[in-house]
Design a protein around this ligand. Structure first.
Ligand SMILES: *Cc1c(COP(=O)(O)O)cnc(C)c1O
Length: 383
């Protein structure tokens, strides 16, 4: 039975509950490392928690249902998910990726994947002729849309066409919009990545990551990898993410509403020079985002008139914490230059517009009047 999205957030597609005999409404935390076998050659389906754990499996079923994949694998963080996924590639392989990428992904590619013989072309996939970068050894296109933090929107269907023509995998990090607003597999992607730490968990209390796919072959290879590299999500953390997902639709709607109100305020604030949010009508990403997503999300980036004002805001908000991360119930302000994107080479960072005046805001679900009042007093107290 195929449920609607909000129902799936609570029950998955229901099949996960078979075998749970107590009637527990909240899926139990199976805090076990190993499982007894009835006899040699027989298994309950669970052998050892590095391979499978019922709580993790329930979470994986829910996330697969939300992203419309045939399988989802839960990892100990978003970076653990991407690291394991990169093991699909061999020395000599080449990937095309987005130049404005989450800084941790860039750090992984430049410092770990490169050492393993994999090369990358960093391209602004939202504007460039991506096909021009395809080489004989290219195996995949890895994108984010909207990007972190500059909110570039890439046409997923267009990337999927290029990938199909050249027999490449299309990998989409869907962290920013979450499956509530965007389902890349439906638009032609082969793999979806999530930092479950963000919107899926939603409470800034747990790290998690996902690889979701609609290919049996990729699922088989990823199952082999999670068993082999051992970075699967722990039972307790799986439960926290399961719990977070139950309110995903409510949180996404409220956070987006808050983000829109904050954007409207920032656009009137003289100290704010630019606001990057795909939901601004007529902005660069607006039309494409509207064509492939059901919303614009709750992430926004803005540039203020001076470095001094940026630092002043970070120091003087009274409600909004200055912290990295995003996607939780708490609104957070981030300084990408020294936080999320500190390890991106300076010339690349500046070319992408991530300068000392740029702040990123993840809208939470507080009362938006309090959020705007806090930003106003922080900006207004700058002499
Ligand atoms: C946070 C983030 C990651 C990394 O996830 P962790 O859970 O922090 O390891 C990857 N991609 C994007 C877009 C992110 O925001």
């Amino acid at each position: 039975m195929e449920f609607q999205f909000a129902t799936k957030c609570i029950y998955g597609n229901k099949e996960g509950f078979t075998g749970e005999s107590t009637g527990a409404i909240s899926f139990p935390i199976y805090q076990t490392a190993t499982y007894a076998h009835p006899e040699v050659g027989r298994s309950t389906g669970f052998d050892y928690s590095r391979l499978q754990n019922p709580t993790r499996q329930q979470l994986e079923k829910v996330v697969a249902a939300l992203e419309k994949g045939i399988d989802a694998l839960a990892f100990s963080s978003g970076m653990a998910a991407i690291t394991a996924m990169m093991e699909l590639f061999q020395p000599g392989d080449h990937l095309i990726t987005e130049v404005d990428l989450y800084g941790g992904s860039t750090r992984l590619f430049d410092n770990v994947s490169k050492k393993n013989g994999i090369s990358f072309s960093y391209v602004d996939c939202s504007t460039a002729d991506v096909e021009r970068y395809v080489q004989d050894n290219t195996r995949a296109i890895f994108i984010e849309t909207p990007t972190n933090p500059m909110m570039h929107v890439t046409d997923i269907r267009k990337m999927a066409e290029i990938a199909k023509r050249h027999d490449l995998l299309l990998i989409v990090d869907n962290t920013f919009l979450s499956p509530y607003f965007q389902n890349p597999l439906e638009l032609g992607a082969d793999i979806v990545i999530h930092s479950g730490t963000k919107f899926l968990g939603g409470h800034n209390d747990t790290l998690a990551g996902f690889v979701v796919t609609n290919s049996q072959e990729i699922s088989d290879r990823m199952r082999f990898l999670i068993k082999t590299v051992g970075s699967g999500l722990a039972p307790m953390d799986s439960w926290l993410i399961l719990r977070g997902i139950k309110t995903l639709p409510l949180r996404m709607e409220k956070a987006q509403e808050n983000a829109k109100a904050i954007v409207a305020y920032l656009l009137t604030e003289p100290g704010v020079k630019k606001v990057y949010y795909p939901g601004i009508e007529g902005s660069a990403g607006y039309a494409v985002c509207k064509s492939q997503a059901r919303g614009f999300g709750s992430m926004l980036t803005f540039e203020v008139e001076s470095r001094e004002l940026a630092l002043h805001i970070l120091k003087h908000t009274k409600l909004i914490p200055f912290a990295e991360s995003l996607g939780g119930v708490e609104t957070l302000l981030t300084y990408p230059m020294t936080q999320t994107h500190a390890d991106v080479p300076e010339e690349v960072r500046l070319a992408n517009g991530i300068n000392e005046r740029v702040l990123r805001l993840s809208a939470g679900i507080e009362d938006v009047a309090d959020l705007i009042a806090d930003l106003k007093q922080a900006i207004g107290s700058f002499a």
